[in-house]
Design a protein around this ligand. Sequence first.
Ligand SMILES: Cc1ncc(COP(=O)(O)O)c(C=O)c1O
Length: 504
Amino acid sequence: MDGPEGLSETPRKSERSGELPTPDTFLEESDALRMPREAMLELARRAAELLVERLERLPEEHAWDGEFRQDLVDQLMEDPPESGRPALQVLERAARDILPLAIRNDHPRSFAFIPSSPTWPSIVADFMAAGFHVNQCTWLTSSGASQLELVVIDWFCRWVGYPETAGGLLTSGGSAASLDAFVAAREAAGHPDRATVYMGDQSHSAQIRAAKIIGIRPQHVRKVASDSRFRLDMDALVRAVADDRAAGLNPIAVCSNAGAGSTGAIDPLEAVSDYCEAEGLWHHVDAAYGGFGMVTERGKRLLRGIERADSIGLDAHKWFFQPYEAGCLLVKDLKTLGQAFRIPHDMLQDTIWGGNHPNFSDRGLQLSRSVRALKIWVSVQTFGMAAFRRAVSKGMALASEAQEYIERSAVLEVLNPASLSIICFRVNPAAESIDENSLEEVNRTVLARIFWDDRAFISSTRLRGRFSLRMCIVNHNTTWDDVRETLEAVERFGLMAVSDWKDG
Ligand SMILES: Cc1ncc(COP(=O)(O)O)c(C=O)c1O
């Protein structure tokens, strides 16, 4: 059999008769994209088995696997087959040869960049959402899913402390959330020429890209200095805005971090809001990484003031245990999104139900949208908030423990204390006196050894020019042993790298 199971053995009508295709022929050929019921179930069952087996094996597997480009070109670059192949074989090939070549973001010793670890019900919910194939652009096309998104958005608004006037939408991620926020900010400011935006020098590149997409000139995206703990420096912000106004520019927005990607640093959210309110500027908080800290008491204390911002970007595919893509933009005044994005369209006139029946396409850049709320809703319904709260708290607790371990270590040095669930450190044995350039060389070597050792995965950043290792702990399956063994590996590789450095 060389096509989708049970279907491909019968030659097509046009092949049998040599006739020109007729409308009937096309109808019959369209059946070729269908599968018999048993084959459908077998395929789905096998996919579920492959995934469950993967999850069971994960702790013993490497945290990373990858190939150089040419090997993959040789394996994968091919013309699409004219006739189909057995679906089970195709799926198994993907599961064996393609998808594992990746950072295993959900591996318990995966600490690089911002990892994540989706729950099983949320993975299955994404499959369900694809299967029901709802286009969640308007109330007409998706009333059930639209109401579900309103429920999830309402939860998020309550967790961040937003008032009744607030609302938002789920997005592909934090980048799209920032883009939508900047559009709303610019429209709220009356779309002035020569607009400028402000962000700390620790802000994510996604913010700069969002500013670029909305047409802010690169020289008008101000990167404001940060303090010794990598938090936006208010004096520097005030000076930058005043200088720009004096030069005839039009400041429209300030973007602050509620968990910067490098360090987990939290900008002075209340002070930025005070300032933005006084100056008539939009305050957007990038909480893509840190925002779900708000479900815990400790996170609420750390992120106090977030509820004053005009908008907040969140990523449930980071610290809220969802599969990609599960971003979110919340705005304190929902009207601002409609004013920025609603565009009448004759072809869509039937979708305007009014009377409080929102169309999510009026809130952001996407028309066709998948049902992102389903995975969040299903997993929260399944496990309950107490379990989510514990899982988020665990990331912060483990990062604090990691800091204590590093402080006790004779080989490691803390470069920035744990903030939320990120810790920055490096190899710098107390007994040695190693200059800055050599420390970078040593730590780069350590990182390379961790990469090739594969048992854990961490990444690096630069802190005021200094090369730093960093760990971000947001996996609900990670244990203290996973963290400790990873730090022990860094120490072991560190001593080897220092010894190589001494040998010249
Ligand atoms: C702090 C921060 N902001 C924004 C983003 C961009 O989010 P996304 O990758 O979901 O578009 C990231 C991604 O890691 C991030 O860590």
